[in-house]
Design a protein around this ligand. Sequence first.
Ligand code: EPZ
Length: 427
Amino acid sequence: MDIIRVEGGYSLNGSVQVSGAKNSALKLMAATLLAPGTTVLQNVPNISDVHVMGKVLKRMGATIDVVDEHSLAIDTSQVDSWEAPYDLVAKMRASTAVMGPLLGRFGRAKIAMPGGCNLGARKIDMHILGLEALGVSFDTDHGYIYADAGEGMVGTTVTLEFASVGATENLIMAAVRAKGTTVIDNAAREPEIVDLANMLNDMGAQISGAGTPVVTIEGVEELHPVTHRVVGDRIEAGTFIVAAALMAGDEGVEITGFSTVHLGMVIKKFELMGLNIERIPGGVRVYRAQHIRPMDIQTLPFPGFPTDMQAQAMVLSALADGSSIITENIFENRFMFASELVRMGADIRIEGHHAIIHGVPGFSGAQVSSPDLRGGAALVVAGLIADGRTEVSAIHHIDRGYEHFVEKLVGLGAHVERVSVPDSLDD
Ligand code: EPZ
């Protein structure tokens, strides 16, 4: 199996450009189903989740040309199936993002019920409730969800119980083809949703209010293919900000390719913790933190502190000169990373949705395992400052959402490598 081996203590210098946002690219790919013809997506991250979404679309009859490493030409004109099969949904629950577009294009969808994941149940009840309000009927049978728009969806007002990112996206992608006006109240406001709405509007949709809690969609008869550039990955940028805060050399580290507006709460919190983050064109320059102040953090829907930065923030808090509490409000089980960091010497106690963190002087390198995508990346980052060698396993999680993660870190001067080691069970 592959692991990432980190030798701690080497400073980071130079600059790194983040890739396109995974959590936008996957939905933009699904949305191409709404516009028969060839849509070209640029700045697409070359990551395994994108490859899986490509398989989902090809299974439905789409063709995908990899124009270059970061540009996909997706032709959905020949799509003649509306099924997201179990083997792919089980691999990546974001495959459920095809439900809205399939309903918009064909008036029906057959989606394997998404299992849970390391973060929790990951239900889609709000997706279903919202789509039912638009007139879609649902049935479940043998592990599949059957959605049927019958005579066609009719716009209405849908109030989300929680500002769910996925539910907001599926509802937008269905409502663009509903008759009349749909209003989504308590909509998620993430920048990736704005990116999706921008592309759909370029395709001929009429969406207003994306990025605010109230999104209004006027249904249209048809959508046409476009060329669209995926927004930069704010979470990848935040991950590198933490790495630089821990290990930047005197000149600091430049992190570009994203909008600081999309990371406002993270930058604000990190500056309060004592990080030195300078805004520059296209991103930030980050200097090594002289010391880290403890800071309580609550994860919340955008513009609150993103749950996808919780593990990375915990690395900083674990080295702060004092005690902090991190509260996870989005997922029911997103603290498994903490127990891995404790193996590296962190002093963290979990109580329900709260992590009580007492800062320690430093980490010691250890063998650890990635619990999920962001936790895995955060363990590698912790290894950069740890004393000695850290070996991170289960790195397929990291490959899902971080393009060329090892190469980017090596480019900054980190002593990090991907190595193959025999599976312990092979003895
Ligand atoms: C998206 O997941 C992201 N994934 C997640 O990023 C991110 O953590 C999350 O939004 C929150 O920002 C993608 O975009 C592919 P939600 P999503 O619907 O859409 C519960 C990463 O690391 N819920 O806002 O699934 C759900 O179980 C990943 O890149 C319901 O109960 O997030 C979760 O606890 C991890 N019923 C919470 O709401 C529903 O119908 C947030 O879910 C929908 C959601």
